[in-house]
Design a protein around this ligand. Structure first.
Ligand SMILES: [Mg+2]
Length: 339
């Protein structure tokens, strides 16, 4: 019987998939990895006087990304970026990443002539991993009713020197890296486009404009710089939105904060609301003593003073915002992912 040119697509076997991933991960030039994928455990090495910084993030289809709207490369990039951003906020250097993927059977198959979703997911994730010299050192794969990616990032930081949320003091200046609201503005634009053009792939020109949402850049170099120079008294990364993350920092430090709306570095296409509550910008929010020398940019990324740390008074909101109308409470209204 002649072979049909239209064989049904078979799901990649788990072993074959792992072999392909492993071949792509090999030789990623890591410094803290003694043994990567292939044995029962990875072996990680600390430098003298360091401790581990470990963070984990779960990304679930429909909750943290939308499979119809987010290209697989974008999902892969964002999965790793979230973890790297947490390391950045602690001033830790990335050592290794561990990824567990749950995939519905159809996600392991190619549609038409393209690569399977999972291969494109790794394209996005491994490109960012290479940029930040973070080897993928292990993980797991399983069939799952819903697509999900659970990532663990291991970093290293000199013992006792990690940047914490709890170090802010009354009188400190409040600073942010980069600009704010670009991710939320991009998501809004993506959703608007989707309402008009259901089904079609995201066009390249739109994807470029959506870069802050699709390809956020974790501020690893900036976090390392702040920690090494001893400039920051406290830090957090902006994953949920300035209003929410600043409240977290104030809670942990036992202080209040006043943001000056006129000082906020808005992304060119973002509204004030998106900058305050949008989330997923993955910039660093940090505090520094009043007399600290805070540069205007770190590693080419602008740094902007946006307010100050004040005394916490019982019964008053932790975060206030100064506008032309005066000083008003800024309630934490961080963006709820895809709700
Ligand atoms: Mg964080």
């Amino acid at each position: 019987m002649p072979k049909s040119p239209h064989k049904p697509h078979k799901p990649a076997s788990e072993t074959a998939l792992i072999r392909r991933i492993r071949s792509r991960v090999a030789g990623s030039g890591a410094t803290g990895l003694s043994l990567g994928i292939g044995d029962d455990c990875a072996l990680l090495r600390l430098r003298k006087g360091e401790e581990f910084a470990v963070t984990t993030d779960l990304s679930i289809a429909g909750r943290h990304f939308l499979p119809d709207l987010h290209p697989p490369e974008v999902v892969g990039h964002r999965t790793l970026a979230r973890g790297l951003s947490d390391l950045a906020a602690m001033g830790a250097r990335p050592v290794a990443a561990f990824l567990s993927l749950g995939l519905p059977r159809e996600m392991t198959m190619t549609r038409g002539t393209g690569k399977a979703w999972v291969e494109r997911f790794y394209d996005g994730l491994l490109a960012l991993a290479a940029e930040y010299r973070t080897p993928l050192a292990g993980g797991d794969l399983a069939e799952s009713p819903v697509t999900l990616a659970d990532i663990v990032l291991v970093g290293a930081v000199p013992i006792g020197k990690a940047l914490l949320r709890s170090g802010a003091r009354v009188g400190d200046g409040l600073y942010v890296t980069g600009n704010l609201g670009g991710a939320a503005a991009g998501l809004a634009e993506l959703k608007q486009w989707n309402r008009q053009r259901a089904g079609a792939a995201v066009p390249r020109r739109l994807a470029t404009r959506l870069a802050p949402h699709f390809y956020p850049q974790p501020r690893v170099a900036q976090g390392l710089w702040l920690r090494r120079k001893g400039v920051a008294t406290a830090a957090i990364d902006l994953s949920d939105g300035l209003s929410t993350d600043l409240e977290h920092l104030c809670e942990e430090s036992g202080v209040a904060a006043e943001v000056d709306a006129s000082l906020l570095p808005l992304h060119p296409s973002a509204s004030l609301e998106e900058a305050l509550h949008g989330g997923e910008d993955y910039e660093l929010l940090f505090t520094a003593a009043e007399n600290a020398r805070v540069p205007r940019a770190i590693g080419g990324v602008p740094v902007t003073r946006i307010g100050r740390i004040a005394r916490r008074r019982a019964g008053t909101p932790a975060v206030m915002m100064r506008t032309q109308k005066g000083v008003e409470p800024l309630a934490p209204a961080g963006w709820q992912h895809f709700q």
